[in-house]
Ligand binder design. Sequence first.
Ligand code: ADE
Length: 355
Amino acid sequence: MRLPKEIAEPLLIWYRENARDLPWRRDITPYRVWVSEIMLQQTRVEAVKPYFERFMRELPDVRALAEVEEERLLKLWEGLGYYSRARNLQKAARQVCEQYAGELPADYEELQKLCGIGAYTAGAIASIAYGIPVPAVDGNVLRVWARLTGDERDILQPAVQKRAREDIATVIPADSAAEFTQALIELGAVVCVPAGEARCAQCPLQAFCAALTENKTDILPVRAKAKPRKVVPMTVLMIFDGERVVLHKRPDKGLLAGMYEFYQLGGALTADQVAQHVRSMGLEVTKIGQPIAAKHIFTHLEWHMTGYFVRVDDVTPVADRLTCATLDELGSKYPVPSAHRAFREAINSLDACAQ
Ligand code: ADE
């Protein structure tokens, strides 16, 4: 089934009455739409709000983003995860300064040439900020589309997503593209929600919904099962001399690129093995704490971590990419991934207890 043009009017009326007041919906600019959409990928609205406001205060325009130091940028992103989003944002900001005089292009195709901007983000910027009638199809919108049309194919297939974009493009009202895009996203976020929770009684599009008519809201959209994630055991060492802790800067490419983490080793080491390793780094170990277990789930893998607090006489940067940071600097300067949050909290509370 294809989408009927008649969905636009009730959807827009519903949106005007029900839109949430969100920071990126106030003072809409291409830059604000862009940054918010990148933050909102894989991250909940409530979690994004304070990050977005702080980011806008500190980096209010494309030029400021292009020029900020990478470490500061990653610090502003710390906790949001998927840090390549922040790095790509900066690469694209530099492209925009060099090629478009600091203004995001008002063109769906040109936007997609920028680093980290795919069909969805380009559609969101073009339609929400520039009013261009092009589709912006993210997971929320795909779910709404699959239910309305009753399409039972796997929504992760690029061909199905292309079909959704083409279908939606035919029903965007030329004079209300900005509201229409936001309305579809909003409907998917608050009414046409996943997994048996859909609030169909509140939906302005009930009369058009194949899934509702056929009693299939619980099985649509269809999504192929993901492969099981690889489990990687890790040992994390909080090497601390009472004042400073050892940090390792991750490589410039790959997982958590450029982030600072506690010293980490592959495998699950015992306290004795840890002591031996730290001594081999040339440090004087005075105490090893009880193991602390933590887990972090990435898209394709899981770290199952055992953390040890390792008290040493004096931390010194003993190898390439190792840094020593005070606990204040850990909070304010170095971007530490959420994967190590449990250890950061442990070291902070231990320090607080010692005061
Ligand atoms: N999810 C993705 N984009 C969004 C937006 N602009 N507003 C609310 N939720 C969203």
